[in-house]
Design a protein around this ligand. Structure first.
Ligand code: DAH
Length: 340
């Protein structure tokens, strides 16, 4: 029996896969398997031999069953390893990442400016996109027959209201609401009846700024604008003021910054001039202060109207304004992903 035992154990060890092992198992331990029969035979042995034979044969049966189970586990493990090795599947790799969204370039620029100006003590105001003629024009010293009305082709609504053509009406709303000292910024969407092309859109974004206090001067205006542009363009900047005309400021200026693309040498972005027109601004017109309920004898102020869309175009070198409103994912996905 010892020889048989060895032979059976060898057969189990030699089984090369699960199917072969199952065959060996059924040959030995199946209904008519060799060991099953051997155990069954005990009852037909002479009575005195049965206890010892029974014990021995059952021990052999248990030993073989155990050897089969061990070999089965081994073979299964081997099969799994083979399978993993053959495929590219690596269970230790992190799963596929769900693509996150990204912020619209105008939101990126706007958020940066809000952070900057609120850190300088400005408060962030909002105003309605549907405005009255009074706030959009009259209170800003743009009377009915004023040519500036033509330069801001307006979407008029049937009820006599309009889609605001700039964020400046919120200057008046803020003055009426808060007493000086006053420091506000107003980012928001504006609308003009434009023929849309690569540099004109019917919808665009501006950010108005207004400071009113005793003794506010052009020097304060220039300092604030330089601080803002330095943070926005992330470098030292040179600025220059040219006279500019806007009915709600006196004097009015166009503030230019030295071109960030060519450092002032002249390139296609600055049209070879070395300067980029970036910020219309000025000292608040006394009539505008009055319309806001503020005494121009006591207070002065400065205001600016930054084109957020224009700043985003400069920052990201976007040459077609229509992309902003296109909803085109190929455009939007190029901006930094929002984490989390
Ligand atoms: N509201 C003007 C526009 O849309 C921009 C502007 C110019 C705003 C001068 C100002 C300013 O506050 O002082 O074209």
């Amino acid at each position: 029996m010892e020889a048989q035992r060895e032979q059976y154990l060898a057969a189990i060890a030699a089984a090369e896969d699960v199917a072969a092992l199952k065959l060996v198992e059924s040959d030995l331990l199946g209904k008519t398997g060799a060991i099953t029969l051997l155990v069954k035979e005990v009852s037909s042995l002479p009575k005195e031999e049965r206890p010892i034979a029974g014990k021995e044969r059952n021990r052999l049966k248990n030993e073989l069953q155990k050897a089969i189970d061990t070999r089965l586990a081994e073979l299964q493990e081997e099969a799994l390893e083979r399978e993993l090795g053959a495929s590219d599947f690596d269970p230790s790799e992190p799963g596929p990442r769900r693509p996150g969204g990204s912020l619209h370039p105008i939101s990126i620029v706007q958020n940066e400016l809000i952070d900057l100006f609120t850190s300088m003590g400005f408060s962030w105001q909002d105003g309605p996109e549907i405005e009255t003629e009074f706030f959009n024009f009259e209170a800003l010293n743009i009377p009915d027959d004023h040519p500036a009305r033509d330069s801001q082709d307006t979407f008029w609504l049937d009820d006599g209201n309009l889609l605001r053509t700039h964020t400046s009406p919120v200057q008046i709303r803020s003055m009426q609401r808060f007493k000086p000292p006053l420091k506000v910024i107003v980012p928001g969407r504006c609308f003009r009846q434009e023929t849309v092309d690569a540099s004109h859109e019917h919808s665009f974004y501006q950010m108005e700024g207004l400071v009113v206090d005793r003794g506010v001067s052009t020097a304060n205006l220039i300092h604030t604008m330089k601080t803002c542009l330095r943070a926005l363009l992330r470098r030292e900047v040179k600025v220059r003021l040219r006279p500019g005309f806007f009915p709600f400021v006196e004097p009015g200026f166009e503030l230019d910054v030295n071109c960030p693309f060519c450092a002032g040498d002249g390139c296609s972005v600055c049209k070879q001039s070395g300067w980029i027109e970036i910020l219309p601004c000025g000292m608040v017109h006394p009539r505008v202060l009055k319309a806001g309920g503020i005494d121009p004898e006591e207070y002065t102020g400065f205001a600016f109207g930054m084109g957020l869309t224009r700043v985003a175009m400069l920052r990201y070198e976007i040459d077609d304004i229509r992309l902003f409103m296109s909803g085109d994912l190929r455009f939007l996905e190029q901006f930094p992903e929002v984490s989390g």
